[in-house]
Design a protein around this ligand. Structure first.
Ligand SMILES: [Zn+2]
Length: 202
């Protein structure tokens, strides 16, 4: 019942859109381009409920395809974690007062800016993702220190010993799952937050 979305506050609706943008980045360049033209908003819901229903169906398809691929032990399910390793840490740092979608959006911003600094993705990609998030009412930046975010990231359930599996964006629709040393993750967070040059004590 897509109509029930109309009962959400704009903030709650935007939080859901954080996952929609994430799905577009990991799996669907066409959806990304469509959202760039027409963002998914409460206003669109009022104007064109059929279009909103189509976008939601597309998102369910993306999630299903990723999960089904995972049954063949391809590990693809971890792609759904894009923006979440840093995002969950931001959520904890914000005492869970900032919505999940906003935190994921900040996490996507952090990891994409760091990827661009390393030449893994196009230099324009962070701005493209940030712009799309902004058009959905989502933040992609925060004032937290890299050390504080990293300290929370150590509690991440995706962490395995001294490494963590990070989803790294190469392009829209093309992400990799990279087993990353925690010390490198700390540096990536600092780079993504524009705090490169800090001491990396870990
Ligand atoms: Zn999420």
């Amino acid at each position: 019942d897509v109509g029930c979305l109309a009962t959400l506050t704009p903030e709650q609706f935007a939080d859901g859109c954080g996952e929609v943008v994430k799905h577009a980045v990991i799996a669907d360049p066409e959806l990304f381009a469509e959202l760039e033209k027409t963002p998914l908003t409460l206003e669109l819901l009022n104007r064109d409920v059929a279009r909103v229903a189509l976008i939601i169906a597309r998102n369910i398809d993306i999630k299903r395809a990723v999960v089904v691929a995972d049954e063949c032990e391809t590990n693809q399910r971890k792609l759904l974690n894009f923006g979440h390793s840093a995002g969950h840490a931001v959520e904890a740092c914000e005492n869970f007062e900032l919505g999940h979608g906003n935190c994921v959006s900040i996490g996507m911003g952090i990891i994409t800016r760091a990827a661009a600094l390393h030449g893994i993705c196009d230099a324009e990609l962070p701005a493209r993702i940030e712009e799309l998030c902004a058009r959905h009412g989502l933040k992609t930046r925060c004032e937290l220190s890299a050390d504080a975010v990293f300290a929370e990231a150590l509690h991440d359930k995706k962490r395995a010993g001294d490494t963590i599996d990070l989803v790294i964006p190469h392009d829209i629709g093309r992400c990799s799952i990279d087993r990353t040393p925690l010390s490198t993750f700390h540096e990536l967070i600092a780079e993504g937050l524009g705090q490169k040059g800090d001491a990396f004590a870990c």
